[in-house]
Design a protein around this ligand. Structure first.
Ligand SMILES: C[S@@+](CC[C@H](N)C(=O)[O-])C[C@H]1O[C@@H](n2cnc3c(N)ncnc32)[C@H](O)[C@@H]1O
Ligand SMILES: [Mg+2]
Length: 312
């Protein structure tokens, strides 16, 4: 499609397609705040208030969940399979803090849900910034790890963790000031329905933040290299030779994750719009091999994050 041609060009954003023309990119923003068991038990949990049948189609993709369950105990190993997420964390937190603070004012007491929270590596710093955080994940093992880890610190022990899905909380009529889903949408069964659930969880004039990987020529190239040369690789494997593309490469373990199911920024913007979330700001994450750090950028050709607000 035309947009993926555009996306293969560096800094293509200067020629944004019409449906992204209202989205502010990173360099347009005011100065940023400092950066400073394979079968998932969700359906089988008897205990909880989340067990009534959902009216919304399930977002669950079982093979994806099995992958995460298999490596759940490595969430807090900063040198382990989730290393890329750990090293990206300060950068994505900078974007979230900056956009949410400009929209809402201080973080204190802001009700935030972290959808697909994994072991809680984003939920915890959000709680430390003063937000009232709920973390949900479809994989029971992730939630157990998240809860154990959060309980190590009184500030994070306040996080409400539940093994459930966005659509089930929609049925519960739960609402949050901000709904955050980082690196999850590429793992769900139906991204458009998933966005509808995110929107339904967001209060009127609340915020929704989604990050994912672009279906670009660059992410495709990485996938091919990965598929051909990394037969033994694992989810979120860490490969030193091209750290910039780690997050992409690691998204494609053994064919269970299809490049073709990735969303372009335009597509994400469009399906969020249809779900009544108006994307206002977007940024890319880029890796600087000289500093060994990720930073926010206008380059949304591989990893990107979008901030939107809930319309009427
Ligand atoms: C790549 S991880 C991202 C974790 C976390 N958001 C982060 O960025 O640090 C994706 C997570 O989404 C969860 N997940 C996948 N599909 C889901 C769904 N439909 N509902 C809730 N969680 C889901 C997985 O279990 C996994 O923990
Ligand atoms: Mg992912």
């Amino acid at each position: 499609m035309a947009s993926s041609k555009l996306l293969s060009q560096p800094r293509w954003f200067r020629f944004l397609p019409r449906n992204l023309s209202n989205v502010r990119l990173f360099s347009d923003l005011p100065s940023q705040l400092p950066v400073s068991e394979p079968q998932n038990s969700i359906e089988s949990k008897s205990n909880n208030r989340f067990s009534k049948p959902s009216s919304t189609p399930s977002s669950l993709k079982e093979p994806e969940l099995a992958k995460f369950s298999a490596i759940a105990d490595t969430w807090w190993d900063s040198e382990g399979p989730f290393k890329p997420l750990h090293i990206m964390n300060p950068t994505r937190l900078a974007f979230i803090r900056s956009t949410l603070c400009r929209h809402f004012g201080p973080f204190e007491g802001l009700r935030i849900i972290d959808v697909g929270c994994g072991g809680g590596i984003l939920s915890e710093p959000l709680a430390r910034m003063g937000a009232a955080v709920t973390g949900i994940d479809a994989v029971e093992k992730n939630i157990k790890i998240a809860r154990l880890h959060a309980n190590l610190d009184p500030t994070t022990s306040t996080i409400e963790y539940c093994c459930t899905t966005a659509e089930k909380l929609v049925d519960e009529q739960r609402k949050f000031d901000a709904v955050v889903a980082l690196e999850v949408i590429e793992h769900v069964a139906d991204p458009a329905e998933f966005c509808k659930s995110l929107a339904a969880l967001t209060v009127h004039e609340g915020a929704t933040v989604v990050s994912t990987i672009n279906r670009s020529m660059r992410s495709y190239a990485t996938a091919i290299v990965a598929a051909e040369y990394l037969l033994q690789w694992n989810l979120y494997g860490y490969y030193p030779w091209n750290k910039h593309d780690i997050a992409v490469a690691s998204e494609l373990p053994k064919g269970t994750h299809e490049w073709s199911s990735f969303l372009t920024p335009e597509e994400l913007t469009m399906i969020l719009k249809r779900a009544s979330i108006d994307v206002k700001e977007m940024a890319g994450f880029v890796y600087n091999p000289l500093t060994g750090r990720w930073s926010l950028s206008d380059d949304i050709s591989v990893n990107f994050i979008a901030f939107g607000t809930k319309e009427n």
